[in-house]
Design a protein around this ligand. Sequence first.
Ligand code: GBH
Length: 444
Amino acid sequence: MVHKFPDDFVWGTATAAYQIEGAANEDGRGESIWDRFSHIPGNVWNNQNGDVACDHYHRYKEDVQILKEMGVKGYRFSISWPRVIPDGTGKINQKGVDFYNNLIDELLRQGIQPFVTLYHWDLPQALQDRGGWTNRDTTDYFAEYAQQMFKQYGDRVKHWITHNEPWCTSFLGHAIGVHAPGLKDFSAALLAAHNVLLSHGKAVEVFRQMGLDGKIGITLNLTPSYPASNSADDLQAATISDGFSNRWFLDPVFKGQYPDDMVKVFGTFAKIPEIQESDMKLISSNIDFLGINYYSRSLVKHNPDAQFGVETLKPEGQYTDMDWEVYPQGLYDLLLRIKKDYGDIDLYITENGAAFKDVVENDQIDDIDRLNYLKKHFEKAAEAIRDGVKLKGYFVWSLMDNFEWAFGYSKRFGLIYVDYETQRRLWKKSARWYKDVIANNSVD
Ligand code: GBH
């Protein structure tokens, strides 16, 4: 069956600054928490780091050429805060600002719309030294940074994303400790989450006050939760899992409040952050779109011995190299659920994709698993559009293989293969296929 997409559908690819740029010590860039974290032995697979990554800082023109060749309508990238404001606040680094000016101009020259993420996890280390996201002042520094970026690029950038995946910043960074800054303190994670959300609200307010022509939103990583059975206990487990993964961020942004049931659950073992007057009003400032990063679902059952009484199961099925279940139906269910519970807002899939082990043979990469993963998810997106969801675009994660955080370069998500010895880019089969999808504006 042929699944056709709307004429103005924004097909794209996504990346993030620390994962691709490299040039960590060039042209006045400041240190980020990921520079610090990745240089501490034991934090990243094989002690790898983003010092060089895909060397995109020097090769951006070549990379935009690839995007052009692929035919994408949009490209989602992030700005490295310490590259443009090395200390997080105060002095601007003009060379850093110029890099993104050049990138944006090059994209526009090729007819590609830039979708810019302000924060994809690389906080200036100077701000971490003052408490990072657990320090409320960081929300003001973020608003200052956002204002500078709107001023520098707002004439050409029409789509802004304040934060990428506050859940990861908060919980992976502050509670589980597998991401920078590597804390293991649940109360700190809740505080970080609150400040990240507040900083989002403040940036939206600044954006509106500047009266810029453009749209602004936030990207959340959302994981639909399914109960293993219809027992009351399992249903409750799914509700809690959903509260932890999704509602803790969706509810503040769309309803201006944290979910009561989760305040209770978290409150039994952690401190709920103090909420000041007007915080929730700012956090729920009107946004123009929601960005969704979807990779997989969770299937859960009640288990009194597990954290929050929720045990995550590993159902039969196909798994990616990240050990995430391939579950396309979850994307459809998620999109319809957002519309039902949070309103009929414009949505973008700002990330979806898969890591698989790629084999290079005569410069060819026959990544049929990735191709099929994308195909099945595109089909579900088309079904959701047919059923009334205002899905405006789809950004495949990722344009090219890159630094996969704690997994270093061991996991490959790219449509384009990167040979890290030579920095040569090779088109995988999935990339050629994606080019056709875009050209036909359909999958079949
Ligand atoms: C995104 O994070 C990031 O934005 C991006 O930088 C990164 O490279 C990309 O994804 C690939 O990892 O363990 O089965 O319950 C995604 C992070 C992935 C965190 C799914 C929660 C739960 C899946 N999320 N994960 S599972």
